[in-house]
Design a protein around this ligand. Structure first.
Ligand SMILES: *[C@@H]1O[C@H](CO)[C@@H](O)[C@H](O)[C@H]1NC(C)=O
Ligand SMILES: *[C@@H]1O[C@H](CO)[C@@H](O)[C@H](O)[C@H]1NC(C)=O
Ligand SMILES: *[C@@H]1O[C@H](CO)[C@@H](O)[C@H](O)[C@H]1NC(C)=O
Ligand SMILES: *[C@@H]1O[C@H](CO)[C@@H](O)[C@H](O)[C@H]1NC(C)=O
Ligand SMILES: *[C@@H]1O[C@H](CO)[C@@H](O)[C@H](O)[C@H]1NC(C)=O
Ligand SMILES: *[C@@H]1O[C@H](CO)[C@@H](O)[C@H](O)[C@H]1NC(C)=O
Length: 545
């Protein structure tokens, strides 16, 4: 890519200097004063050159965009490999090419009570429910990572694995969308499931299905599923066009269903509200419309997100934390892609507001910004919540890494945070600070990614990992001894990212500490996106289509 690299001879400032030097070398000026002048000018030129290098020509030149994925960081490559393995740990169904020795087939009868094959998909965390809302989010974020960073994944041989895991979820979601206005949103009953401590391979408890439909709608979960299938349709567009078309058809129908029959799924079905109750469905409608815009190019979806519905739900100007419940920050970044990289620079007012709000989010994350958030541990980790906090740290880091790449690609030099200017590399360095904390650069000297380094959690709250695969068959209720065993997990859940530390940077490595020690599948998707961004030097972000 052109630009950024200074060639001294073509620097206009150097031409001027050469002229002055030629003047000074005329005989009549060859006295001490002349040499003094020469030294002054040389000093000025040197400092100008230093400033030029530091800040780009004339102050605000963009940073260079390297070409295709460059140098590979072997530590991030190792972490990414682990992150991909965790999806294999979490898979339900009849396993294909299984690489996890302690995993086997499970959930084979899931869906049978409705004559559907819902055996695929992934378990949510350390337990065995398939919760549709966070599962669809997993697929959306995994798609996003592949779309931005498929070339970087390919550079470390992880692209096929990522697409395979994505398809394992989208195959399930397609079946779960059993009719236009019917979506199965859960397999398993959390109350029954949580009465057991067993391996997925040996589940015996009743696994009922839960559906939403026109009379009992669930806008956020239908919209999130639409986002998942729309984004995945872009991923498979070239490699499997027929599958891609199928995904897109379901995505459009689900969006229509979500939009037309408005209501929260936990209002429709109060008995499932204990886990993953959504704080509102407006963000999912905007997020789904944004993904459908990228998948179809249909202006309808962009106008939907930037028009009246945006006015109602986008909460422009106010930053939020990107996670399974709140997709606003993700939508702001995703739509900044349109304003920063779109070939048709849209002048829609709402589009500008999304980008401005994305900037507010980014300024909040940068520690040196005047608007930097205080929600950090003394060790520098973004910290919001005692439960599963790392979701916020890596979610923030992922968005920062993506935004930094959009800035580089669009040759956007600076991000202005209340008068303090920041470069794309500042955002990338923030992202690196979060992942470095996760990988061991923290006050506990502990890696929160299982399998990485030599000091990682040994008591992850994960049923399958806690019960020896060759032990006598454990039924639902005689496996509890493994929860309370004082021995480290017999099976290593490679790639599990635990919930993470408290606000004071401490962590209790205990299997019963589900607040800190339980990994989730959706965090795995965010982690994989983040590591894929960082695994090579920045490359040009390409068009989705
Ligand atoms: C399983 O492995 C075989 C042989 O390498 C390959 O052809 C096939 O695509 C793989 N299947 C899946 C679902 O990954
Ligand atoms: C329990 O799981 C193991 C491993 O998949 C399997 O070999 C065994 O048959 C299962 N036992 C029962 C009773 O389901
Ligand atoms: C619609 O969904 C509700 C809630 O899951 C369920 O009770 C009801 O049976 C469903 N309606 C039909 C016609 O299946
Ligand atoms: C972490 O490592 C540093 C440097 O090696 C050491 O000073 C510190 O005591 C260690 N902290 C813990 C909790 O082990
Ligand atoms: C750190 O915070 C946790 C949770 O608030 C608390 O239980 C623990 O005592 C604190 N540890 C230290 C060393 O302050
Ligand atoms: C395990 O954790 C649960 C929930 O925090 C708690 O109710 C229970 O007492 C704990 N059990 C043991 C043996 O620590």
């Amino acid at each position: 890519m052109g630009g950024g690299c200074l060639i001294m001879d073509s620097n206009p400032m150097m031409f001027k200097v050469k002229r002055v030097l030629r003047m000074l070398s005329r005989p009549r000026l060859k006295d001490w004063f002349g040499w003094f002048l020469v030294m002054v000018i040389v000093a000025v030129v040197l400092s100008a050159v230093v400033i030029t290098f530091e800040d780009g020509l004339f102050g605000h030149q963009p940073e260079p965009v390297p070409g295709p994925p460059g140098e590979i960081d072997p530590r991030y490559a190792e972490a990414l490999n682990l992150g991909m393995m965790f999806f294999n740990v979490q898979k339900s169904g009849k396993l294909v090419n299984n690489t996890i020795p302690w995993r086997g087939d499970s959930g084979l009868k899931d869906g049978s009570e409705a004559n559907l094959d819902l055996s695929k998909g992934m378990y949510d965390a350390g337990d065995h429910i398939k919760f549709g809302f966070p599962l669809a989010f997993t697929a959306t974020v995994l798609s996003w990572g592949i779309l931005e960073y498929g070339d970087r994944m390919q550079a470390v041989n992880q692209l096929d694995s990522a697409k395979g895991s994505l398809k394992w979820i989208t195959d399930y979601l397609i079946v779960a969308h059993a009719a236009k206005n019917v979506l199965y949103i859960q397999v398993g009953d959390a109350y029954l499931d949580h009465k057991c401590w067993d391996r997925p391979e040996n589940m015996t408890d009743y696994r009922p299905l839960v559906q939403i439909n026109a009379s009992k709608p669930g806008t956020e979960v239908a919209a999130e599923t639409a986002a998942a299938l729309a984004s995945a349709s872009i991923v498979f567009k070239k490699s499997d066009p027929a599958y891609s078309d199928e995904l897109l058809l379901h995505a459009k129908q689900l969006f229509r269903f979500a939009n037309r029959y408005r209501g929260s799924y936990t209002d429709s079905i109060p008995q499932v509200e204990t886990y993953y109750k959504s704080s509102g469905y407006g963000d999912e409608l905007l997020w789904a419309a944004s993904w459908l815009y990228h998948a179809t190019g249909d202006e309808f979806y962009l106008e939907y997100a930037t028009g009246d519905i945006g006015e109602i739900y986008a909460n422009w100007g106010n930053p939020s934390w990107f996670c399974w419940d709140d997709k606003l920050a993700g939508t702001q970044v995703l739509l900044s892609r349109v304003s920063l990289l779109g070939n048709r620079k849209s002048n829609l007012k709402g589009l500008h507001k999304y980008r401005k709000t994305a900037e507010t989010v980014m300024c909040g994350l940068l520690p040196s910004s005047p608007t930097a958030t205080n929600s950090r541990t003394p060790g520098g980790l973004i910290w919001i919540n005692e439960w599963n906090n790392l979701q916020h740290s890596i979610g923030s880091a992922f968005l920062a890494a993506v935004y930094s790449d959009y800035m580089l690609t669009s040759r956007t030099a600076r991000l202005n945070c209340n008068g303090v200017l920041h470069k794309p590399s500042d955002l990338r360095n923030f992202a690196i600070s979060q992942i470095e904390y996760v990988l061991g650069d923290n006050p506990m000297n502990m890696s929160y990614l299982v399998g990485f380094g030599d000091n990682y959690p040994g008591y992850v709250h994960h049923r399958g990992a806690s019960i020896p695969a060759d032990s006598a068959y454990c039924t639902c209720d005689n496996g509890w001894k493994w929860l309370f065993s004082t021995k480290r997990n017999p099976n290593i859940a490679y790639g599990a990212l635990v919930g993470g530390p408290f606000l004071n940077d401490t962590y209790i490595d205990s299997r019963n500490n589900s607040m800190q020690a339980e990994p989730t599948t959706y965090n795995g998707a965010v982690l994989v996106g983040l590591l894929s961004s960082l695994v090579t030097s920045s490359s040009l972000v390409s068009s989705f289509s």
